[in-house]
Design a protein around this ligand. Structure first.
Ligand SMILES: Cc1cc2nc3c(=O)[nH]c(=O)nc-3n(C[C@H](O)[C@H](O)[C@H](O)COP(=O)(O)OP(=O)(O)OC[C@H]3O[C@@H](n4cnc5c(N)ncnc54)[C@H](O)[C@@H]3O)c2cc1C
Length: 372
């Protein structure tokens, strides 16, 4: 196994970094995400990143994508996380990934090119009222209608729900899990975002009222294993963005510890400050390695995939709130103020903690998968 990134992946990272540094500094991120109207992201910048291939990264070249893998995607997501970049990139990628893996050739040809070129925003709709992570949380039950189904119900915690044009919806058909692509334009479909803790990450609700889903929109391979895969890739994507956000929080805090003078010395020279910074570093390095392994397992179809994804998300869910809290704490009184950036990282940390399963959920899964 190669433990380092390839030259191509390092080049991809530096190109992504260059664009985000230039076009998505934190001042712009605040302006776009705090705006009371609008989709919560910069639509011109979205077009630009789509042209650069970020939206089609894991989509095969035959359908307009770059045909790369999850390890490459992790490189991009680390950088978008570092910038707290507000965009429906994770949402669209997860929808695309589900269609790549479970769609028939006709379904792939129908949905993937628009997701790849950024003209269509996609998302996945899994969680419901009880917010039970994993397959047990999917209770939306379909009624048969000819060869298709009718869906009525609500999906919650849907990333970029208001901006999405298509939703990959998980439901049950005679008790068995299935996936279908539902389009915003269909009769009975409505979606809205709600104000969340992290303004850079939009979450919302999808309402389905007697929505007719034709057989052609039910993903051919969308079974229980496919839904399980979707949870694993989702958890890995969230952990990957968390790496970048945590490293950015650490960098911001380290810089402050070097410049803030107290008792005639930089506070970073006191052990009470030095030690939490070292703990933050060790935490990030740990869940970084776990996340890289999870991404590698996804690409290789390795049997460890679920175990690796759960280990990564469990550690990230536990570590990143600690990192967010220490970021604010080590900035003293200015840490929590709106004007200062430290609190943005605490908010991202609190957003990451439960999304696609919190630490308790994933540690229990690790135990179960390990035979405990
Ligand atoms: C909006 C706002 C309102 C405020 N209102 C009031 C008020 O009404 N009344 C009032 O009295 N004060 C007020 N304050 C000031 C507040 O009390 C200080 O912010 C607080 O005492 C922390 O000091 P600091 O922010 O300078 O942090 P710093 O001194 O810069 O400390 C930063 C971090 O380093 C740590 N640290 C510093 N020195 C050491 C050391 N030697 N060893 C180990 N760790 C160290 C600190 O614990 C902290 O985690 C206010 C501040 C703000 C931002």
């Amino acid at each position: 196994m190669n433990f380092g990134f390839t030259d191509e992946q390092e080049f991809l990272r530096s190109e992504v970094r260059k664009l985000l540094d230039e076009k998505a500094p934190l001042d712009d991120v605040r302006r776009v995400s705090e705006a009371e109207s609008g989709p919560g992201y910069d639509t011109d910048l979205w077009k630009e990143i789509a042209e650069l291939g970020w939206t089609g990264l894991v989509i095969p070249e035959a359908h307009g994508g770059a045909g790369l893998g999850w390890v490459d995607l992790v490189v991009v997501l680390e950088e978008t996380g570092r910038s707290l970049f507000p965009a429906p990139l994770v949402a669209t990628t997860l929808a695309a990934d589900a269609i790549v893996r479970t769609g028939s050739e006709t379904q792939r040809a129908r949905f993937l090119p628009g997701l790849a070129d950024g003209s269509v925003i996609g998302t996945v709709a899994l969680a419901e009222e009880e917010d039970t992570p994993g397959e047990a949380g999917i209770q939306l039950s379909a009624q048969r209608s000819g060869e298709g189904v009718v869906l009525s119900g609500e999906k919650l915690f849907v990333q970029n729900a208001a901006a999405a044009d298509i939703f990959v919806v998980a439901f049950r058909r005679e008790g068995e899990l299935a996936l279908a692509v539902v389009e915003k334009a269909q009769d009975g479909v409505s979606a809205e975002d709600w104000p969340g803790i992290d303004l850079t990450k939009r979450l919302g609700r999808l309402r389905l009222e007697n929505v007719e889903v034709a057989a052609e929109a039910i993903l051919e391979g969308g079974d229980s294993a496919a839904v399980g895969m979707l949870f694993d890739v989702g958890a890995t994507a969230i952990a990957a963005e968390a790496i970048g956000a945590a490293e950015a929080a650490l960098a911001l805090t380290t810089a402050y510890a070097k410049e803030r003078i107290q008792f005639g010395r930089a506070i970073g020279t006191f052990q009470g400050v030095k030690h939490p910074l070292a703990e933050m570093y060790v935490d990030v390095e740990s869940f970084k390695s776990l996340t890289y392994y999870a991404a590698w397992c996804i690409d290789e179809g390795h049997a460890d995939r679920s175990l690796a994804a759960s280990r990564a998300k469990a550690y990230a869910s536990e570590a990143i709130p600690r990192i967010g809290i220490d970021t604010v704490q080590l900035h003293g009184g200015i840490g929590y103020t709106w004007e200062y950036d430290a609190h943005l990282f605490l908010k991202r940390a609190k957003w990451v903690r439960p999304f696609f399963g919190d630490a308790d959920h994933h540690y229990e899964r690790v135990a179960a998968l390990g035979g405990l």
